[in-house]
Design a protein around this ligand. Sequence first.
Ligand code: ATP
Ligand code: MG
Length: 454
Amino acid sequence: MPNNVPGRPLILPVGLEAVTPAEVAADRIIARLHQAGFSAYRVGGSVRDRLLGREPAEVDVATSAPPAQVRQLFPDSYAIGEAFGVILVHGFGGTDVEVATFRLESGYADGRHPAHVAFSDAATDASRRDFTINALFYDPLRREILDYVGGLDDLRRGLIRAIGEPAARFSEDFLRMLRAVRFAAQLGFRMDVATRQAIPALAKEIGRLSAERVFAELGKMLRGGAPGLAFRELAELGLLKLWLPEVAAMSGVEQPEQFHPEGDVWQHTVLMLETMRAPSLSLAWAVLLHDVGKPPTQEFRDGIPRFPCHAEVGAKISQTVLRRLKAPRWLIDQVGVQVRNHMTFKDVPEMRGSTLRRLIARETFADELELHRLDCLASHGSIDHYCFLLDRLRQYANEPVIPPPLITGKDVLSLGLAPGPAVGKLLHAVQELQLNGELTSREQALEWVRGMIG
Ligand code: ATP
Ligand code: MG
């Protein structure tokens, strides 16, 4: 069947069942648009993912109906990209579906925003999309797939291919280079040769993208499948050093073989990314950045590399990196805590009870524990300290990790101490002894304070 006749799609009689609530909602929306005389399809990632046997995260609908008509047909809707004709439709099966009018975008002077948007037809709408596998349309009423750009062939061959001339398409929106890397890694696909070859010469242009878009895309890369592969590819294509020069600097930074048989700092980090499964966003960034303090702190003693204070230095660098990317405050803080403390896990068996309890009580503890496990697995391989901490967690399962205080400020004052900073210090000392198991009752605590006041 002809594949490349402009405007004429390859039509495949294939039914793609609506499984997720979003797919069910999309198909009901499409049926109503059809009734009103418009054409409408499921499009993009949801068709791609369904064909690959993956659960689509969200479903987009493309239609010939102009935005005003979409609003009229679906009163419970609002415009989210008026200029682009994108309408969010509510209330069909409880999920929101983006309904976008077929469009053509042109005049990308800045490499990220089109100057003109015109409404168009399905063929034109397919051609403005980024990759062939992302431009498939599915008509649930006729039960057929429409392929204007050879997307089905590429899906079968496992190829990420730009629609049209790769350099021109990347120059319209430089984010597409990062998307190409993400989709290839996430789907286990290769990049088409011409698509991949166009990237190195344009790589530095991603510096012109907004921090927010880059941050969102890197987050998807970190949390999607195969982040290790994605980041190796970013480095290889010259895409890493623009936004993350501190991460690119880890490559070639030698480590002591005794603790790190896996190789240099970059190889160690990539191995952790490869081992990580379904991480939270903050764990994923912490894995990427946990050793970012090593390149600037490396020194050699007797020919063996050491990295004094790299965790502390790394925490500061992590914060600089994430601020540059305009990451939210909570993420900057959580990653900072994880990076700053990651080396303390080597000391857990020797820690005082109070220090251990405070460590376990930290908001970021679950992520920190996993960061530590990944760090071990990607180096010496021993998870003794991880298991030690699991034992402790079991021990604390039926009691609060930080128990309520044995005595209060009022108690201390009633023993005759004048109000002032000494009260707080005494209370802190009592809590320390309590967490260490050295004071176990209110009476003991009062007795101890009496002794201190003398
Ligand atoms: P996922 O949501 O799993 O990351 P997706 O393919 O759904 O993958 P979205 O970012 O949700 O990706 O975009 C939906 C569709 O819009 C894409 O499939 C693609 O057709 C088109 N698209 C998105 N971003 C771009 C872009 N920067 N340039 C061209 N087309 C794009
Ligand atoms: Mg999507």
